[in-house]
Design a protein around this ligand. Structure first.
Ligand code: GAL
Length: 430
């Protein structure tokens, strides 16, 4: 009898240990965390509010952790990526950093073995069921999943000011030919037809022109090696791009304008249109307080209706992160429904999770609801300029192809330089 009791006792004891051990990762006592957490991104100034909302939530959940918000200003991360590279190569990684889903993550940091596999967190948090499969693929190699996506942004949007468009008596163009047709009318009225900013925003425009000219299949074919880069259609991309630039402030004062300042020109009516990712919706609604559909209008960039040129901001866990547990708590918040519904309404993006509260008009405004509706039905393709489609070698050197074209105006020379970059970077399949 006592032997039986003893063995029942030992059984319960062992059970308690097993349950305790299994429960340990999920039941990580959140407020046991202390010390510091350094997160690194380019979301400063006007781009800061969405990140700050996440940070406020983190501070509530982990009051004993001192969060260091390390930002390096500069749209699309042009400056931040350079600083990050120096830190990573110098063995001083932040605890977690912003990186675009796709080749920017995989082709740079994963191939160099600098990231931790986050499969364990996906399993623990049930994320395999809440992030779209295609997005998880973009974050994965066969060896693991390498970051946590916080949003989905759209690159191919054209913004305008509805009141001004009405005043000028023009239609919002749905193709580049329509845009080129309305260009002289606007110029005659003393209005810049298309506002452009600093160098990366020129590249950003190029990807919309290329997508609008080649279509989704032709765009994907650039990166798989199936699109003929010496063919008529690709030459037409450059030809159209040149004509579009001639209807803009390119070469005038664009180089000194941030993407926000280019948008400001549309808002104040000195320019008619701007092609920019939907962080512009975040800027106009969160920072400028404009109402979508009233203070600003939006359509897919010319020729791209039905296609969603996507990108996703994500955060990863670098190998050697000084405060690994705190970084995991940060990533856990980032991937949670609560975190995504706090961040995205302010950012101008939609949640990466499929269960975000996007139909709630108190959270997600009319623009974001339309983006979510398009995301659900459109053909999805990946952005070049924002890290999804091509590796950093290609992306980092793409400006030199653009420069060559803008200096020479020669589509054949630009196509040849593009082919050359494909071959040196290995970014275009084949
Ligand atoms: C993108 C980034 C967006 C936004 C934008 C402008 O690359 O994914 O979240 O920050 O740059 O800086």
């Amino acid at each position: 009898m006592s032997k039986r009791l003893l063995s029942l006792g030992s059984f319960l004891f062992i059970l308690a240990i097993v349950v305790g051990a299994l429960g340990a990762p999920t039941a990580r006592a959140q407020d046991d965390l202390s010390g510091q957490l350094e997160i690194f991104s380019w979301w400063s100034g006007d781009e800061g509010p969405a990140l700050e909302a996440l940070i406020a939530l983190f501070n509530e959940q982990h009051p004993n952790v001192e969060l260091i918000n390390a930002t390096v200003a500069g749209g699309s991360g042009v400056n931040a990526r350079a600083v990050l590279k120096t830190r990573m190569e110098g063995g001083e990684p932040p605890d977690s950093f912003q990186v675009h889903a796709g080749q920017e993550l995989i082709g740079t940091w994963v191939v160099a073995d600098r990231m931790e596999d986050l499969s364990f967190l996906y399993e623990e948090q049930g994320w395999y069921d809440v992030f779209p499969e295609g997005l998880i693929d973009l974050l994965s190699t066969e060896d693991g999943i390498w970051s946590v996506p916080v949003n989905i942004h759209r690159s191919n949007v054209m913004w305008y000011n509805p009141a001004k468009v009405e005043e000028w008596g023009i239609e919002v163009p749905t193709t580049w030919d329509e845009f080129l047709a309305v260009c002289p009318t606007l110029q005659d009225a003393g209005v810049t037809p298309l506002a452009i900013g600093e160098a990366w925003t020129v590249n950003h425009l190029w990807e919309s022109v290329a997508l609008g000219t080649l279509g989704a299949e032709g765009w994907n074919g650039i990166w798989s090696g199936e699109t003929d880069l010496a063919g008529e259609d690709f030459l037409k991309v450059w030809d159209t791009f040149g004509k579009v630039l001639a209807c803009s402030n390119f070469g005038d004062d664009n180089a000194s304008l941030s993407w926000q300042q280019a948008i400001d020109r549309v808002v104040d009516g000195s320019a008619a249109f701007n092609v920019m990712g939907d962080w512009a919706a975040g800027y106009m609604s969160t920072t400028l307080g404009l109402v979508p559909g009233e203070g600003f209008g939006y359509v897919p960039s010319p020729g791209t209706a039905g296609t969603f040129l996507m990108l996703s901001d994500s955060f990863g866990l670098p190998v050697g992160a000084p405060n690994r547990d705190n970084a995991i708590a940060w990533l856990t918040l980032l991937g949670s429904k609560e975190g995504q519904d706090a961040f995205n309404p302010l950012k101008g993006s939609i949640p990466a999770r499929i269960d975000g509260d996007v139909t709630n008009p108190d959270l997600y405004n009319a623009y974001l609801q339309s983006a979510a509706a398009d995301w659900a039905v459109d053909t999805i393709v990946g952005s070049l300029v924002h890290g999804a489609a091509a590796n950093e070698n290609f992306n980092g050197n793409f400006s030199s192809v653009i420069d060559l074209f803008t200096a020479s105006g020669d589509p054949s020379a630009a196509s040849a330089a593009f082919v050359e970059l494909c071959s040196t970077s290995g970014a275009c399949g084949g």
